[in-house]
Design a protein around this ligand. Structure first.
Ligand code: FDA
Length: 310
């Protein structure tokens, strides 16, 4: 019997929360397997990945891994990590680098004001360096606060952009309330969500993705089409090819280690492509989302653990 993909996906996300799975994944062997999706544990590793991507005609967006910090000090460490990343990117402007941030890493669970206070120095340095800042969208409980932070950033004159999730039913309304002209990264959505708030089938999510893309295009937003889905990529490619100067405001984005064939093919054909490059020691939650997106990854992960442990 074939399980529906949303059921399989939610089962994987649930199992991965279990302590024995965490222990397995956190082992040295687990790290080795995780390296398929994570550039390394240090900023130097991420910069090496960014240089390799640039050599292949692809831009990078660095993500210092971490989310849901448990103390104000941890949020300060994350802030410092992003300021260092901005310094490194400014020293190599040819890389076309950008950064991507999760707000719960900067203290959003404590308060929106604490998070904002941690974000401002990052926005200011990025603005001074001319580096793009994107804000990831986390689970649906954070959407209102994330959009509020985005509004504050826009009022401050920042060009920071935000991710919008096609699986969330509310995105069809949110898309009309974004600050004008703000950059939007359109994604399907990676968290475990209840059907009350999120579409559960691929067909519905893909249809929502296509509708949101059209709305963002009509409203003049720069759009990062962040998917590996070949049919969505092809639909966007055809549509934007037909628009005068279309590619000045649309780019493809994919994840480090995912569909490298498609990344190089599009870049080789001259399309703008950027890869999200995660790095750092807090890779476990990121890895579990990648495993859940494609059940074959779980098999890859487990079979490698078995192979390496023999
Ligand atoms: P889909 O899951 O339908 O996959 C299409 C094809 O892509 C698969 O058939 C397979 O070939 C390949 N593929 C997809 N995922 C894979 C994987 N993990 N391993 C191997 N192959 C895989 N989400 C979120 O909630 N908030 C965010 O801020 C972001 N940010 C973000 C940035 C960027 C640059 C990307 C590309 C994605 C995100 N995401 C995200 C994740 C996103 O929501 C989504 O979970 C993944 O991109 C997988 O969905 P696809 O759109 O690729 O389609």
């Amino acid at each position: 019997m074939r399980l529906p993909s949303s059921l399989l996906r939610s089962s994987i996300l649930r199992v991965s929360d279990h302590p024995w799975f965490r222990r397995l994944a956190g082992s040295r062997l687990g790290r080795r397997v995780a390296s398929r999706f994570v550039a390394g544990e240090t900023l130097a590793d991420a910069m090496t990945a960014a240089r390799e991507l640039r050599a292949a005609g692809i831009d990078a967006m660095l993500d210092h891994l971490g989310e849901n910090v448990e103390s104000p000090d941890q949020a300060l460490v994350a802030r410092a990590a992003y300021l260092s990343a901005l310094d490194s990117l400014a020293a190599e402007p040819g890389l076309g680098g950008a950064i991507s941030i999760k707000l719960t890493q900067l203290g959003l669970d404590d308060s929106i004001d604490d998070c904002w206070a941690n974000l401002v120095p990052i926005l200011d340095l990025a603005e001074a360096n001319g580096t793009l800042v994107m804000i990831d969208m986390e689970s649906h409980a954070y959407v209102d606060d994330t959009l509020e932070i985005l509004r504050r950033a826009a009022e401050r004159g920042s060009s920071a952009g935000v991710a919008l999730q096609a699986y969330l039913r509310r995105s069809e309304r949110d898309v009309f309330n974004l600050p004008p002209g703000i950059r939007v990264r359109l994604v399907k959505g990676a968290y475990l969500e209840h059907p009350d708030v999120a579409f559960a089938t691929k067909r519905e999510v893909d249809a929502s993705f296509a509708r949101l893309f059209s709305t963002l295009l009509t409203h003049g937003h720069p759009i990062d089409v962040a998917t590996h889905d070949p049919s969505l990529v092809e639909g966007v490619r055809k549509r934007v090819d037909d628009m005068p100067k279309g590619w000045s405001r649309v780019e493809f984005q994919m994840l480090y280690g995912v569909r490298r064939d498609q990344q190089s093919r599009l870049a080789g054909q001259g399309y703008p492509v950027r890869v999200y490059v995660p790095y750092g020691t807090e890779w476990y939650p990121y890895l579990t989302r990648r495993l859940a997106e494609r059940p074959a990854n779980l098999w890859f992960f487990l079979s490698n653990l078995l192979r390496f442990s023999r």
